[in-house]
Design a protein around this ligand. Structure first.
Ligand code: THU
Length: 130
């Protein structure tokens, strides 16, 4: 079972009646554990919550904080890429070299890293005046 398989399975549970665009995501932590999430939309905020954010929330709820690999999958013409907000959320919990695998349900995949997705990221160092 790959991380993409986990993301593919949880995608089935996505609640996306407004966009009709189901997304599944999985994150693996330094302990080896895997946490999954799907996008969840609602009528007041039809853009909803991204699959990646759901996986991150599940990870945090389990008391974990260190992502080493990410997978995301959708029924898209090209491998789906995390939105800007999710890139920042992933960067909060991952080093730049954490592997991000992006996939289509048809089997196309692309591999990148958290650092490549968010170059020049804002981090806590900017808040320290020396
Ligand atoms: N979406 C995700 O869940 N992850 C992404 O990386 C891109 C977009 C969701 C949010 C919304 O429910 C739908 O896809 C359309 O934007």
């Amino acid at each position: 079972m790959t991380l993409i398989d986990d993301a593919r399975a949880v995608r089935e549970n996505a609640h996306a009646p407004y966009s009709n665009f189901k997304v599944g995501a999985a994150v693996q932590t330094a302990s080896g554990a895997v946490y999954v999430g799907c996008n969840v939309e609602n009528v007041a905020y039809p853009e909803g919550t991204c699959a990646e954010a759901g996986a991150i929330a599940a990870m945090c709820a389990a008391g974990e904080r260190e992502i080493v690999a990410v997978a995301v999958i959708a029924d898209s013409p090209q491998p789906v890429t995390p939105c800007g907000g999710c890139r920042q959320k992933l960067a909060e919990f991952a080093k730049g070299d954490a592997v991000v695998t992006m996939a289509t349900t048809d089997g196309l995949t692309e591999v990148t890293s958290v650092g490549q997705l968010l170059p020049g990221q804002f981090d806590a160092d900017y808040m320290v005046r020396t």
